[in-house]
Ligand binder design. Sequence first.
Ligand SMILES: Cc1cc2nc3c(=O)[nH]c(=O)nc-3n(C[C@H](O)[C@H](O)[C@H](O)COP(=O)(O)OP(=O)(O)OC[C@H]3O[C@@H](n4cnc5c(N)ncnc54)[C@H](O)[C@@H]3O)c2cc1C
Length: 461
Amino acid sequence: MTQLVVVGGSDAGISAALRAREVDPSVEVTVVVADAFPNYSICGLPFYLSGEVSDWHALAHRTAAEIERHGITLLLDHAAQAIDPEAHNLTVSDAAGRARTLAYDRLVIATGAEPIPPAIPGRELPSVYVLHTMEDSFHVQAHLTTRQPRHAVIVGGGYIGLEMADALTYRGLSVTLLQRGPSVLHSVDASLARLLEDELRRHGVHVITGAQVAGISQAGSRLAVTYAPGNRIETDLVVLGTGVRPVTRLAHLAGAMLGQHDAIQVTRRMETNLPDVFAAGDCVETWQRILERPAYLPLGTTAHKQGRIAGENAVGGSAAFAGSLGTQVVKVFDLAVARTGLLEREAQAVGFAAVTSEATLWDHKVYYPGARPLTMRITGDRHTGRLLGAQLVGHWQAEVAKRIDIAATALFHGMRIDELIDLDLSYTPPVSSPWDPVQMAAQAWVAANSPSFAIPTTGPE
Ligand SMILES: Cc1cc2nc3c(=O)[nH]c(=O)nc-3n(C[C@H](O)[C@H](O)[C@H](O)COP(=O)(O)OP(=O)(O)OC[C@H]3O[C@@H](n4cnc5c(N)ncnc54)[C@H](O)[C@@H]3O)c2cc1C
């Protein structure tokens, strides 16, 4: 009987375990998890901390009992310490430090990512937090409930920083967001980031861009955050949202090769260079579908897909990861911001003749109450008309995610921007227009660029 051992019990690890059992119900699967929270939606942590999700248990995609009903053995509070790839053994230790060895036929490494704290003094002080695990969220929650803070500083204007600015404001705190770069959320262009900054300020968040944090120190019972050029702010707690890096020590020590951002190198079948060892999720490089090369794109959506493929292939399958476009969406107060594919500068950097057009459109017919503006940026190649990327900001109930997903689907299939105009999309006045806003944005791009690209002819010569 095949023994499959999975290291990591989050999106990628549990997806791998479930798929393996689905494909081969005879396989014995053990999932080794460093903490006691298998299959929790860490994407939901900001909503638990805001209070919108009152019970953290609700964040479980599945309970431990549900996972075990699939015939999967969970080894909770056990950390994998070493892999012996020749002997096909994994050494694990429990919370008391007691070690044991698990034999495997196939191994899936799904050790995820961890926050990168900024290299500044004071980052280890009490009341300075990161947010990646359930435990991290319990620390923040304990501070919020027992210390009654009035003010928070968030360092980093990426999507976790933005979600936490929203969450802590919702919770009644006054929030200052310090962002090193010239605008928040550098994964979208500055014109859309400005709409987000306006939204943050409209809800009382003090957004400071160009703020390089220099250090954090104790100031009586409070903290003092200093940031260049020469500023100091006192606060009750600090949340660091300054990016993540892959957790690869276990794999690397066993001889696994690392690639982009020091993530584990994998094939599109999610194989590492070690015999019978697969890897998936935030700890691995991701095949970027447009660039046709590996990148580092840690996202829950991707982790689920890669885990499923690793699990299937670990029991003899031959599935391949189709690739990521980096499609993502985040809600910030009343707005949602989404992107898929490449920004213009990213596309130009790899040799595309990328040009972008921006259009502001109504989400549905204006005669029906509640119409809201959407701002969409479309990037395409001016020589071929190929869609390369799209970004969208609008009210979170204005179908922002659905609309970016239309662009993501078109990108996945390598469509030209003019072909978006031909898509047969749904319409009724309360939700759209005869031309969906995505199609109107495509028309704007084509109007600005069509003379410059030749539409390839299809069919018999
Ligand atoms: C606050 C927040 C919000 C997010 N929001 C979104 C979102 O809206 N959309 C989206 O697509 N993505 C989002 N993400 C990203 C998403 O959560 C991750 O991409 C996803 O969780 C990655 O899953 P993973 O299984 O690869 O790794 P992780 O979730 O990092 O899990 C790693 C697992 O490995 C275990 N582990 C690590 N080392 C060992 C070891 N040595 N031994 C045993 N176990 C070990 C850990 O305990 C854990 O179970 C968010 C992330 C955060 C932190």
